[in-house]
Design a protein around this ligand. Structure first.
Ligand SMILES: NC(=O)c1ccc[n+]([C@@H]2O[C@H](COP(=O)([O-])OP(=O)(O)OC[C@H]3O[C@@H](n4cnc5c(N)ncnc54)[C@H](OP(=O)(O)O)[C@@H]3O)[C@@H](O)[C@H]2O)c1
Length: 338
């Protein structure tokens, strides 16, 4: 039996308080990770507030973990005790599903999420199936790497899935935890990159992350100059924008792609996307293989999240900071259990 020390909320938006639980025996295909750092994703906020109706309390969030392998199950090969690994949104897949056998573990039916129906990385130890513990390259900054395992791979994955080309003109909508990484990836991918932001104070940093242009995401009037421009629009926001008018900025064959969990239906006027043969799509986090590819891309191109560090014991202040839209651009909690 392993006793886990964690930070848990007793109900929607209740403060996080110290909480202990027992993990039980380690399964043959599982590993335990000693948590060093854990990023804060907007999905942690949504889960904390039970916005998606899927939260069980006490709720221990945290799904952007980096740490060191503490113990490996009897069938685990390829991971060693002490090795640095990261764990993101998913913690277990059916390895016999058609999707897993094809390398698309992230699309496998019945996937287990790190913070749904179980406890996550706001803790000193977290458990997962070995396949979702992704080894961290030595030259990726350990302190900042956590956000790559959810936010990072979520915006990298569509570039791979939809074969985004270096000649493409791409817009990233919302420059938060996901969006600021999207700008960095797309710039190094070779694309012409436009940042859509509702925060004028982010425009300068958006250009430093790799945007060639910026546009106001809440001013459809400002989008007229971009009519018919974009081959790919990557929406990272959780809010409703004027999607119908935004779609007019798509080039023929252009795609509006959602990774942000927009809570309301997106209206689509079919005749408006018919003529240009446009597409609308969405995707979850990437597979273990795409996550490893992303880490390699980060180390080759010196890409890293811009982070603000908080002690894990300051989790309530950190959540409040994120909730207020003040994070620049990803908060990382440092495990400070004794
Ligand atoms: N598909 C997946 O598997 C996956 C994985 C991770 C996260 N997510 C989801 O992705 C979304 C973004 O996550 P995140 O961690 O990047 O969140 P975040 O750091 O809070 O960033 C969201 C950004 O949205 C923009 N925004 C917020 N309120 C707005 C408003 N009223 N009008 C216009 N823009 C607004 C802001 O950017 P500006 O200041 O630039 O406007 C903000 O920085 C969330 O819904 C999260 O649940 C999905």
């Amino acid at each position: 039996m392993t006793t886990i020390r964690a930070w848990a909320a007793a109900g929607p938006k209740e403060p996080f308080k110290p909480f202990e639980y027992e993990l039980g025996a380690l399964g043959p295909d599982e590993i335990d990770i000693d948590v060093d750092y854990c990023g804060l994703c907007h999905s942690d906020l949504s889960m904390w507030a039970n916005e998606w109706g899927r939260t069980a309390y006490p709720f221990v969030g945290g799904h952007e973990v980096v740490g060191r392998v503490r113990e490996v199950g009897a069938n685990v090969a390829g991971l060693t005790v002490g090795q640095k690994v990261g764990l993101g949104w998913l913690s277990k897949s059916n390895l016999n599903s058609q999707q897993s056998l094809s390398g698309d573990h992230n699309l496998s039916p019945g996937n287990e999420a790190t913070i749904i129906g179980r406890h996550g990385g706001f803790a000193d130890i977290v458990r997962c199936q070995w396949v979702w513990a992704i080894p961290l390259p030595e030259d990726v900054d350990f302190k900042k790497a956590g956000p790559l395992f959810c936010g990072g791979v979520t915006v990298f994955n569509p570039l791979v899935q939809f074969s985004v080309k270096p000649t493409d003109k791409v817009g990233v909508i919302g420059i938060g935890g996901l969006g600021h990484l999207g700008l960095q990836f797309l710039n190094k991918w070779g694309c012409e990159v436009t940042a859509f932001t509702s925060s004028p104070d982010k425009e300068k940093e958006a250009r430093e992350f790799g945007a060639h242009k910026t546009l106001n995401s809440r001013d459809p009037g400002a989008w007229k100059q971009a009519k018919g421009r974009f081959d790919f629009l990557l929406a990272t926001v959780a809010v409703t924008l004027d999607w119908t008018r935004l779609m007019r900025t798509l080039a023929p064959r252009g795609r509006l792609h959602f990774v942000g969990a927009v809570g309301e239906p997106v209206p689509v006027h079919i005749p408006a996307i018919m003529g240009g043969q446009n597409q609308i799509s969405a995707s979850p986090v990437g597979s273990p293989a795409v996550t490893a590819q992303m880490l390699d891309f980060c180390s080759r191109h010196d890409i890293a999240p811009m982070t603000e560090q908080f002690k894990m014991s300051d989790i309530n202040a950190a959540m409040e900071h994120l909730d207020a839209g003040k994070a620049r651009y990803r908060i990382v909690l440092e495990n400070d259990f004794d």
